[in-house]
Design a protein around this ligand. Structure first.
Ligand code: 9NP
Length: 233
């Protein structure tokens, strides 16, 4: 059994990221709204674009607090945010879906999402991802660091200084690995399984533009921020 110890610097890094993650929570809770009633596809699409717009704003604030991020090349900062926004949205949606809720509420939530008006063909991969995230029972530190690792992915389109991003991501991966060993001592390879979800996440986000335009309704309206980030309209 390897002796795993988190250094003072790594603890400070983790604290900075978790504090930022908690400070920048999504304002109102979309799950609560969805549990209240079934909305029309138009209302649901509007809810999605409102939630996603505020989540992008929250993501920008969170990212600015990742140690070292603001000292990256400015254009690379934009490329990283643009390249990870959809993945961060699905990761956050998965965390919302996997939250502990009174018994039966998760089933109602799933039902409401299935009937929201989103295209059927994406429901299976999306819920498979949500359930695979839920099974990991991540602690909030792991959720926050995993989101930071997703943002700091060096091979996003248009990133120039690959190495600088790799160095930042590397320091997050080292902390996450130690955290996984400490938080889930019984589950060997927990860290590997956690990183495997990022591959599933990237696949899911490949469908995203096509998902958006095949919601069962006419006239899909987006906010200016989402047009920027989602490459739509
Ligand atoms: O609001 C939402 N997610 C926000 C969560 C917080 C961060 C920002 C996004 C949507 C709901 C919108 C209203 C209709 C039901 C789904 N959502 C989704 C979801 C569904 C389809 C697409 C999509 N993308 N392109 N086409 N459809 C994206 C996200 N998964 C969720 C799991 C739990 C709770 C809410 C969830």
């Amino acid at each position: 059994r390897e002796k795993v110890e988190i250094t003072k610097e790594q603890r400070a890094l983790m604290k900075a990221i978790v504090d930022a993650y908690n400070r920048h929570q999504i304002p109102q809770d979309v799950a609560k709204k969805l549990l209240q009633e079934q909305y029309s596809p138009e209302e649901n699409f509007l809810l999605l674009t409102e939630m996603a717009t505020s989540q992008v704003q929250v993501l920008v604030e969170f990212t600015k607090n990742i140690p070292g991020f603001v000292s990256l090349d400015r254009e690379d900062q934009i490329a990283l945010l643009k390249g990870s926004a959809v993945e961060a949205m699905f990761l956050r949606s998965a965390q919302v879906f996997s939250r502990k809720m009174p018994s039966g509420h998760t089933d109602v939530l799933e039902e409401r999402i299935r009937k929201s008006g989103m295209p059927e063909e994406f429901m299976t991969p999306m819920f498979n991802f949500y359930k695979s995230i839920g099974e990991l029972h991540m602690v909030q530190e792991e959720q926050a660091i995993l989101t930071a690792i997703t943002i700091l992915t060096p091979d996003r389109p248009y990133v120039k200084d690959h190495q600088a991003v790799e160095r930042l991501q590397e320091s997050m991966l080292v902390v996450l690995r130690k955290l996984c060993v400490l938080q889930h001592p019984q589950e060997l390879q927990y860290f590997a399984r956690l990183l495997g979800r990022l591959t599933e996440l990237r696949t899911l986000s490949h469908y995203h533009a096509e998902m958006l335009t095949s919601w069962r309704m006419n006239d899909h309206k987006f906010t200016p921020l989402l047009c920027e980030i989602w490459d739509v309209q």
